[in-house]
Design a protein around this ligand. Structure first.
Ligand code: PAN
Ligand code: ZN
Length: 197
């Protein structure tokens, strides 16, 4: 096998998706995502039941500066809070024009995208699929399957992560399980359906 010189080691990463123990992950548990899920009662119950780990991200920053790229390997567990699938916090990039490419490696999920002009839409993210997140667009990932959703996100090194702006208003849409299928609906419609219960 080709020996990689030590000063080039950050330019090549070999993943073994069955054994990721060597990577340095940031972990997000349910308690790190207060106010992200729509159903407050289901949220409180899931916290009381053990505050599960929702996702982990290993970040790679080989070079910094104009034109350089960073990327992260994300692993989002399967599960739900009420009917709503496990999700990431979601963010805008601090440098708003920064776009991102998501590469699905394993599992079955979706992404919610919300542009600054308010346009909101959902796209699938699964193994062998690519989602392009335009600049100026908030993005959140959901796992709608039964296995961990594994993906890589590649973004400009100067993108930065702004969690506060979208946290204030939350995403307009939710992805919930209805009769065994993943359904995208408006947050207020889902909240009304909870009240009716
Ligand atoms: C991704 C995300 C990752 C975790 O690498 O950071 O999916 O989601 P949150 O950052 O919203 O918790 C990315 O979009 N980077 O820009
Ligand atoms: Zn991003």
């Amino acid at each position: 096998m080709l020996e990689i010189p030590s000063h080039l080691k950050s330019l090549f990463v070999q993943f073994d998706l069955d054994s990721l123990d060597g990577l340095k992950f940031s972990e997000r548990r349910l308690s790190d995502l207060a106010n992200c899920f729509a159903d407050p009662n289901a949220y409180a119950k899931a916290i009381a039941d053990g505050n599960p780990l929702l996702y982990r991200v290993a970040s790679f920053e080989p070079r910094n500066g104009d034109g350089q790229l960073h990327y992260g390997l994300g692993i989002l567990e399967a599960g739900k809070v009420g009917a709503e699938y496990y999700l990431t916090k979601g963010h805008l990039h601090s440098y708003r024009p920064a776009a991102e490419v998501y590469l699905g490696l394993r599992g079955e999920g979706m992404m919610l995208l919300e542009e600054e002009n308010g346009e909101a839409y959902a796209l699938p993210l699964r193994a062998n699929s690519v989602v392009y997140v335009p600049g100026h667009t908030a993005h959140r990932t959901m796992n709608t399957g039964s296995e961990p959703l594994v993906y890589i996100g590649v973004y400009p090194s100067n993108a930065g992560h702004d969690y506060g702006t979208i946290a204030e208003r939350n995403f307009q849409q939710v992805v919930v399980e209805v009769n065994g299928a993943a359904v995208v609906m408006k947050r207020d419609v889902y909240l009304k359906s909870l009240e009716a219960k």
